[in-house]
Design a protein around this ligand. Structure first.
Ligand code: 1CP
Length: 345
């Protein structure tokens, strides 16, 4: 086997450097839209796919080989480190994470264990080591952010309005504070271990934090996010922060010590820049457009590329994850289009 030259376009873009082509990867690039994924998933539960490093590595590599993307993201879930610290979580097909022992009080928070990656998630560290031997693109490690993790832990599963979570935040301030501290520590420990094992960038998913208004974000969330990103800064590894429906929080995010801000599809790149966001941007094609006629998808992708490449360092992605009904061929065609894009001067 001849070793391919390492494609570091994604890492350069994270650092705000100019790149020869626009790097692209897709959130949920490994998943049910791939026949190969479905075949492997038919044989294993979700967490089994995590626990067997060879399977985890195989699934992580699938989209890299199949689509030609510029980065791999470790195949795991934001719930993965919660299971060993005492959260009774299962990933159910067609639903997502379901938790049998939701948090209701300070006592429930106090019984959560401290994460010890070497003993609790050795399979994640092993998968990263295997992947670093195999990949010729950077490997992204990731974690869920405290608010988003807390939303599952308190609601007991996916939610629409997060009202149990927000009610807990407003009515149990000491328990909320303790929960943010524990999840903040866990996130730092987990991401540091992933980086030590070989992750070359990290993305923190705060998918549901847009449910908070900006004042509440500043009061309840900014301290823990600042602590997390400051604790990871010394690693020198690029840090990406992503959330959905969080356009009103973008200037708060711009003040955090992150390298890259991940945009969902609601806020255009131009709007983010006009608001004053100066960080490298990643995003932000509406994943539903993967189901639209190619001409429509291509026109929107071009618009995003035109806006994103106005300053050096832009990473193309979707505004949220690939849906199970997307087609592999569409993502292949889109990836080719992005790689062949040249800015009109
Ligand atoms: O390819 C990849 O992107 C890597 C793997 C990955 C990542 C980064 C998975 C696999 N999940 C995640 C992150 C994740 N998990 C997030 C943040 C990103 C996002 O907003 O989508 C969230 C909120 C979850 C929670 C979760 N896990 C959901 C969403 C439920 C809801 O509230 O709507 C779901 C459906 C899961 C299960 C899951 N995780 C990953 C996959 C491929 C799946 C489907 C599992 C299956 O095969 O049954």
């Amino acid at each position: 086997m001849t070793a391919k030259t390492f494609n570091d376009t994604f890492l350069k873009a994270c650092r705000g450097e100019a790149t020869e082509h626009v790097p692209v990867w897709y959130m949920r690039q490994a998943g049910r839209y791939q026949p190969e994924y479905r075949a492997i998933r038919a044989k294993h539960s979700f967490f089994e796919m995590n626990y067997i490093p060879e399977v985890c590595a195989e699934v992580t590599r699938l989209p890299v080989d199949q689509l030609g993307v510029d980065a791999a993201i470790l195949f795991a879930d934001i719930m993965t480190p919660l299971k060993p610290i005492g959260v009774d979580v299962n990933i159910e097909s067609g639903i997502g994470p379901v938790i049998a022992n939701p948090i209701e009080s300070l006592k429930d928070v106090e019984r959560l264990l401290e994460l010890d990656p070497e003993t609790h998630v050795p399979y994640i560290l092993e998968s990263i080591k295997i992947l670093r031997q195999q990949l010729s693109v950077p490997l992204i490690g990731f974690a869920g952010a405290p608010f988003t993790l807390a939303s599952y832990m308190i609601e007991g599963g996916p939610s629409k309005h997060y009202h149990k979570t927000k009610a807990f935040m407003y009515t149990e301030p000491a328990a909320w504070q303790a929960l943010m501290e524990k999840l903040g520590d866990m996130t730092i420990t987990y991401l540091k271990a992933q980086i030590k094992a070989g992750a070359q960038a990290v993305q923190v998913f705060d998918s549901w934090v847009g449910a908070l208004n900006d004042e509440d974000y500043r009061e309840y969330i900014t301290p823990v996010m600042t602590r997390i990103f400051n604790a990871l800064k010394d690693t020198g590894v690029p840090m990406i922060y992503f959330g959905i429906g969080a356009g009103h929080l973008l200037m708060d995010w711009n003040r955090l010590p992150v390298d890259v801000v991940g945009l969902d599809w609601r806020t255009s790149i131009t709007t983010a820049r006009e608001m004053g966001v100066t960080k490298t941007l990643q995003g932000n094609l509406d994943p539903t457009l993967l189901l639209a006629p190619w001409e429509k998808l291509e026109a929107k992708a071009k618009e995003i590329l035109d806006e994103g490449t106005k300053q050096p360092g832009f990473i193309f992605n979707l505004g949220h994850g690939v849906f199970p009904d997307a087609k592999v061929e569409t993502l292949q065609q889109l990836t080719k289009f992005i790689h062949s894009y040249k800015r009109d001067v």
